[in-house]
Design a protein. Structure first.
Length: 270
């Protein structure tokens, strides 16, 4: 994978295809493989860029200056600057949507269109914020993701009825065991606290261009339920598409519908 240095750390990214640029922003605890079906489909017509989150995939540790989601947006703009990319069609899932909306607000001239998937731009509800922070403390204390936590964390990302013996579930569960201690302590946990301790951006959503925005959500997304997506779509004034038979990582749980929706949207906005 190609790499650039941003804030003193190596940021790895996938760069595939040619044409108008589609930038895919990934979920916490996932690398570029969460977009595999979309990369295949979109790169036939577009240049697809997928940066790896800090501490994820092949990217380096969370840079010291990173204090907020606004910094993740700024760092992604730095990547685009180094690649001489003037404008992107941004598709962000989960935290990818959180920093993606901030990028669109910081530099609207750089974002041709914006798709917010399985994400929420309000503050994390207090109960879930406290719950996630308690999980981070457990991981920090042990220096690993303990075995009992694997089947607490992994199901969060999928529809409730997923077959836990399926390759999709098992491969993600296994990936959670591969983080070395230093990566957990210095990248994964602090990045998680940054994500779930985020500020509320809802009042700024009407500033986004409704005509070039789309909100998407898995119908069975538990951490980011459809009601949150409906609230955001109404604030922006844009369409909302619910993805059947999908939870949080809708890109993998119902890739055909996600691909069809993205290809139709991009065809009308590029």
């Amino acid at each position: 994978m190609p790499v650039v240095v941003v804030d003193g750390q190596p940021l790895h990214y996938l760069d595939q295809g040619s044409g108008p640029v589609v930038l895919l922003g990934s979920s916490y605890l996932w690398d570029r493989t969460m977009w595999a079906p979309q990369i295949t489909a979109l790169s036939q017509k577009y240049r697809v860029i997928v940066p790896e989150l800090w501490g994820h995939g092949e990217s380096g540790p969370l840079p010291a200056p990173t204090q907020s989601l606004d910094d993740l947006a700024r760092q992604t703009l730095a990547l685009l600057d180094q690649l001489d990319i003037a404008q992107v069609n941004l598709v962000g899932l989960s935290v990818g949507g959180m920093w993606g909306a901030r990028l669109a607000l910081q530099a609207p001239e750089r974002v041709n269109s914006l798709v917010l998937m399985d994400t929420y731009l309000g503050a994390e509800p207090e109960a879930t914020r406290a719950y996630y922070f308690s999980l981070f403390k457990m991981i920090e204390d042990v220096g690993a993701i303990p075995e009992p936590l694997l089947d607490v964390i992994a199901p969060i990302f999928f529809r409730p009825g997923i077959d836990r013996e399926s390759a999709l579930y098992q491969s993600f569960r296994q990936s959670l065991t591969t983080y070395p201690k230093d990566r957990l302590l210095h990248s994964i946990v602090p990045l998680g606290r940054l994500i779930f301790g985020r500020d509320d951006l809802l009042e700024q959503l009407p500033r986004l261009n409704a005509e070039t925005c789309l909100v998407m959500c898995g119908e069975q997304d538990t951490p980011r339920p459809p009601a949150e997506s409906r609230e955001m779509a109404e604030l922006i004034g844009c369409d909302l598409t619910l993805i059947a038979d999908a939870g949080h990582i809708s890109s993998l749980e119902n890739p055909d519908i996600v691909n069809e929706t993205l290809l139709t949207f991009l065809a009308n906005h590029t």
